[in-house]
Design a binder for this molecule. Sequence first.
Ligand SMILES: [Zn+2]
Length: 271
Amino acid sequence: MDLILLGTGAPPPTPLKAGPSNAIVADGKLYLIDAARHAATQIVRAGFSVRDVDYLFFTHFHSDHYTGFAEFFISRWIMGAKTPLRVYGPDPAPEIVKRMLHYYEYDIDLRANEGKPRTGCEIEVNVLSPGDTFEVNGIQISVERGTRHGNVPDILSFRFEAGGRNIVIASDGSPTEKLVPFAMGADILVMHPCLPEFIVEEYGGVEETAKIVAAHHASVEEIGRTATEAKVGKLVFSHVVPPLAPNDKVAEALARHFDGTIVPGEDLLRL
Ligand SMILES: [Zn+2]
């Protein structure tokens, strides 16, 4: 089982980074985690077909984590998917799915009326709650409220276990007391650091936005402490706030709080 960082960016559009999506690859099949900007294109760049992606797991519903949902969904169907897409996520997953389907209803009707089977554009939604564990094609998946993320009531960290590897994606926000036990002994822990010293610079005059953004995210101290206490094999950072903070400076800041291996996230990095 491998992890691919499909996109390591954030809300501001930039040609340098796709939005924050990840993928788990097991037995040659790709499982999508969040469907951010360019998710469909990044899946293709990673060497997979969108048609064959049948599972999508959402960590939470801040827009930067699902700007690519609609495009991924419709491209998957157009490219030949014949089975429903299976979506897993916290509330309000059913409502987000319903509204997204409404957006494409007109197009779906046009194509279905020409004989394209509708099954490939159906979505089965599974609402997840902290503490849930389930299995998908031999992958053990657990979710927990591993982070606190501003006023988002529903956000989940994911742990994937298969083939003797454990990969934990913490998602946005500061660690809760649940994250260390949840991530304990993971081979890979993915977290999203915020470095306030770079924010004002990048967000220009939008200081209010910068303040809100900083208050919702994990500091390098919190991330370093979590990785140390959970004894993870590799700490991977991506979806940095701000998104264009230099990777070497982020790694340097994290290294002050974690002695283990730190991997700077880059789009399409496979681990
Ligand atoms: Zn968020």
